[in-house]
Ligand binder design. Structure first.
Ligand SMILES: NC(=O)CC(=O)O
Length: 412
């Protein structure tokens, strides 16, 4: 994979020109894209900028995020050829930091669950996950050092786990979702994919102009609470093994590690995530579902058919649980620095029909807390499995530092 940190250092030292760095990515895309299918389209003539901390960094943008230089088609026939007039603010933030947008990465239709044709670079018989399928696959395949995705359930963390890359779903609204096709305004969060945790941190720090997000060279051993999320069901063996491996490695490296049970209101928040998501989706997709029913992607159309009876009273009750759960979770971060939990039930499912199950991700998306995927082990079939490091709302620097601590501990 291409490390953003490594490119940045070599460019700053003058050992690599921004143009040559972009050229490396374009060559890698040319060599692998026909097999992996990570991009909807890309610009083979993309040029580097010569200023900014992300100069020479080729970035892929999930194709539900507006771009002025490429169509934005939402992974859906309804939007084929749709050309936004303007870049979304997160795209402009990357460009203002010197990055080069080299293409639009594949997305499940409307970031829901109708899968793409993108292959998992580690095993082409398996899904890369979704809904940010192309972003995870393009980074994992070594085509680009940075990509943007979005998460409503588990669409950043789960594909990152399946593809063996680092990723962050930042605190809710750290990054604006203006210009991002809305699925659920309470849940939708823009995230980043990179080769390693430090790479993701550098990308997020540059686009937010928050240098405090950069992982320091020395990271203090964190207090870690391991959360199994038993309320979400039992994981597969590889998922359970990844969680135990990461916890043991962190403990050997000096972290204090203990298992934490979540209060019932947090388990209740896990249960009502779909109520919030589907109630808001019916409003977000009202035009598509109401005016273009037959052209809707079939799995999303089926979900909307099933959930159209949702009432405002049910939604209001779910939001009340959400607010109480967020308060309870905030109190837990008084006892530990971060939580450590599953990124996915196990390795990527076989075939492309399913992008996997967000059951271990969705609670944290609803809580709005920063989540970082740390690649942890390689399961049968050469398929990666990750774990998630979670900090309190607004503590994105702490989440990234602790995730880097776990990542480093796993190398020892
Ligand atoms: N958008 C999403 O997060 C949906 C998913 O988890 O697959």
């Amino acid at each position: 994979m291409i490390s953003l940190a490594d490119l940045q250092a070599r460019i700053e030292q003058g050992a690599l020109s921004p143009e040559a760095a972009i050229g490396q990515s374009l060559e890698a895309i040319d060599a692998q894209e026909k097999t992996i299918g990570a991009f909807v389209r890309h610009d083979a003539k993309a040029r580097a900028q010569d200023a900014g901390p992300l100069r020479g960094i080729a970035v892929g943008i999930k194709d539900i995020i507006d771009t002025a230089g490429f169509p934005t088609e939402m992974g859906a026939a309804i939007y084929r050829g749709h050309q936004p007039r303007a870049d979304a603010p997160v795209v402009m933030a990357l460009k203002q930091a010197g990055a080069t947008i080299v293409g639009k990465t594949t997305t499940t239709a409307f970031a829901a669950n109708d899968p793409t044709a993108t292959l998992n670079p580690h095993n082409h018989a398996h899904t890369p996950g979704g809904s940010s399928s192309g972003s995870a696959a393009a980074v994992a395949a070594g085509m680009i050092p940075l990509a943007l995705g979005t998460q409503t359930g588990g669409s950043v963390i789960r594909p990152a786990s399946f593809c063996g890359v680092a990723a962050i779903k930042p605190s809710y609204r750290l990054l604006p979702t203006v210009g991002v096709k809305c699925f659920s305004w309470t849940l939708d969060t823009v995230g980043l994919f990179g080769a390693g945790v430090r790479d993701v941190a550098l990308g997020l720090a540059a686009m937010t102009r928050r240098p405090e997000l950069v992982v320091p060279s020395e990271v203090a051993a964190p207090r870690i609470g391991v959360v199994t999320q038993a309320f979400a069901g039992a994981p597969e063996l590889s998922g359970a093994e990844a969680l135990q491996k990461a916890a043991r490695a962190a403990e050997r490296a000096g972290a204090t590690v203990r298992e934490l049970a979540m209060p019932e209101v947090i388990a209740e928040a896990w249960r009502i995530h779909p109520v919030v998501q589907e109630f808001e989706a019916h409003q977000s997709f009202a035009w598509e579902y109401g005016q273009n029913y037959d052209a809707m992607p079939p799995l999303l159309r089926g979900r909307l058919d099933e959930s159209k009876g949702g009432t405002p009273a049910e939604y209001d009750a779910a939001m009340d649980v959400t607010l109480r759960a967020r308060q309870a979770l905030a109190a837990i971060f008084g006892e530990v620095d971060v939580l450590l939990t599953l990124s996915a039930p196990g390795a990527a499912p076989n075939g492309l029909a399913s992008t996997g199950d967000p059951r271990y991700n969705r609670l944290w998306t609803l809580m709005g807390v920063p989540c970082v995927n740390v690649p942890t082990l390689i399961a049968e079939g050469g398929l990666p499995v990750g774990v998630t490091v979670i900090a309190g709302f607004g503590s994105d620097a702490k989440a990234l530092a602790a995730a880097s601590f776990v990542e480093d501990a796993l190398t020892k």
